[in-house]
Structures are given as structure tokens and as C-alpha cells.
Design a protein around this ligand. Structure first.
Ligand SMILES: [Zn+2]
Length: 279
């Protein structure tokens, strides 16, 4: 329950949407239940459906609307050591992505990046560098708008334009997709899977976009990470050309050291997901 409340601060926008839906459902039910009979039943059913849709859309571990990967079950890897998977969203940019890549290289660790198409066009050399260092590169949409209530054409265009940007920058065609803001729907999941993608979510979210200090980010990750967990960090901020990821970059060496000290091996998702066709 505490964790559910902690979720609210990660999504101020969605919390507001949730509050509006709450007021509307209470008010709507109050009006309709007073008429009794079928109106009352219909209003309760509709309210429940709206809430189920809303909560399973925003919660990063909710799989009710479609299968997605939130962590890597230890049985998928033949490792004696526990594994963890660092992922970086919303890049690339020359300042922070280059520092992240340098730190990963210093530790000899591979990670997974979910860059945004429009950001790739501003810093394509970062994609070439990720490819050289054998990190996994996924697709995080072209301009980071939510995919909910969108046409098939919109979704396909967002994915294709990002694929083109990655390939043009020297990367391979991606096979992993992460929803912008993590906001998903049954229909969007289906369309993206038809395009040959696996959908990747996460289960460790320190919230490095919330103005946390580096030691808070480090503590959260070191304390909470278990075997197979996918950790969400950011090397950019939405489509902003001038993000500030100073604290994430400052935290990164300590995160890596801390996890290695705890006996984890850090891997990129491509390593374990290639060859698993049914996820
Ligand atoms: Zn993002």
C-alpha cells in the first residue's frame, strides 16, 4: 500500500488525471445510483472498467493489457550469479550520454538504452558509440508522446521513424520497445508486437527525474535490487535539448560498484532476450 502511494509522486500528471476520474466516478455514481436499477449497475460497471484501464495503463508492472517484460526471471539465464539490467531512457545527448558510456566502459559493463528518435537526430554519434561498445539499443518512440488512444498510423510512424534514425546513426534495427512515460494500452501493445518488438518495462524505479540527489538514487537501487531486476534510469529528459542528468551520472559509478559488491553481474537485455521469441 505504501508503495502504491509512493507511485503517486512519480506521476504527478497521472495523479491529477486519477483525481479527476475519481471525482467524476463518485459524482456520476451518486447521480445514477439515486435513480437505482440498471442505471446504478451500469454506472458501477463503467467506473470499475475505467479504473482498471487507468491503473493497468500507468503501472509499470501491470500486465493485464498485454504481455510485457518487467524483469528477467533467473530461469532465463544460466548464471550462477544474480543479474541486474541497467537501462537508460530519453537519450541521447552529447553531454550526459557520453559520460554514461564512459563510466560503463571504465567498469566493463554493458547496459540497455532506449533513445528517442528526435534526440538521436541531434546526437547520432552516441548511437554509433553504443553500438561499438555492444550495448543494447531499443526504441522509445520518435517524440515521446504517450501512445494511448492513438491511431495505428501514429504508432507505426513513431516506431519506424525511430528505427530509421537508429539505423542511419549506425545502429541495428531494434527489437525492444519501451513506452514513452511507460503509459500503455492493450491496442498499442498489440500493434507494436505485430511490428516484431518485445515490450520492456522495469521494476526498479528510483525516479532520477524528480530532482533526487545522487546518493538517494544510489541507496534506492542498492537496497531494492534483486536477481533479474530491470533498473530504470535516464540519460536525457523527454525531448529537451538541454537536460540536466548531473545526479544520475554522479550516481552511476556508485550504483555499479554497489551492485558488483553485492555479487551482481550487470548485463544488457539483448544478451538474454535474443532467441526468446515468445515474450
Ligand atoms: Zn521516456
Amino acid at each position: 500500500m505504501l508503495k502504491a502511494f509512493r507511485m503517486l509522486r512519480y506521476y504527478p500528471g497521472y495523479t491529477l488525471v486519477g483525481a479527476i476520474i475519481l471525482v467524476l466516478t463518485i459524482y456520476g455514481n451518486y447521480i445514477l445510483i439515486s435513480r437505482s436499477g440498471w442505471w446504478a449497475i451500469a454506472s458501477i460497471v463503467i467506473s470499475v472498467l475505467v479504473w482498471v484501464f487507468f491503473l493497468t495503463s500507468i503501472h509499470p508492472q501491470a500486465r493485464l493489457q498485454g504481455r510485457l517484460i518487467t524483469n528477467i526471471p533467473p530461469s532465463w539465464t544460466q548464471n550462477s550469479k544474480p543479474s541486474a539490467y541497467l537501462t537508460f531512457d530519453d537519450g541521447p545527448n552529447l553531454i550526459y550520454t557520453s559520460q554514461v558510456l564512459r563510466i560503463l566502459s571504465d567498469f566493463g559493463v554493458r547496459a540497455t538504452f532506449f533513445p528517442i528518435g528526435i534526440n538521436i537526430e541531434r546526437a547520432p554519434e552516441m548511437i554509433a558509440e553504443m553500438e561499438r561498445e555492444r550495448h543494447t539499443i531499443g526504441n522509445h518512440s520518435y517524440d515521446h508522446q504517450t501512445f494511448i488512444f492513438r491511431s495505428r498510423n501514429f504508432i507505426e510512424m513513431e516506431i519506424r521513424r525511430t528505427e530509421e534514425a537508429i539505423i542511419k546513426a549506425g545502429g541495428k534495427k531494434p527489437t525492444l520497445f519501451r513506452f514513452p512515460h511507460g503509459f500503455k494500452s492493450f491496442r498499442a501493445i498489440q500493434i507494436i508486437k505485430e511490428m516484431g518488438y518485445k515490450i520492456i518495462s522495469w521494476n526498479i524505479m528510483p525516479g532520477d527525474w524528480l530532482g533526487l540527489m545522487s546518493d538517494e538514487i544510489v541507496d534506492y537501487i542498492i537496497k531494492d535490487t534483486k536477481d533479474g531486476d530491470i533498473i530504470l534510469l535516464h540519460d536525457g529528459h523527454d525531448t529537451r535539448p538541454d537536460p540536466d542528468r548531473t545526479q544520475t551520472v554522479k550516481a552511476l559509478p556508485h550504483i555499479i560498484e554497489g551492485l558488483l559488491d553485492r555479487g551482481f553481474s550487470l548485463k544488457c537485455l539483448g544478451e538474454v532476450l535474443n532467441g526468446r521469441e515468445n515474450e
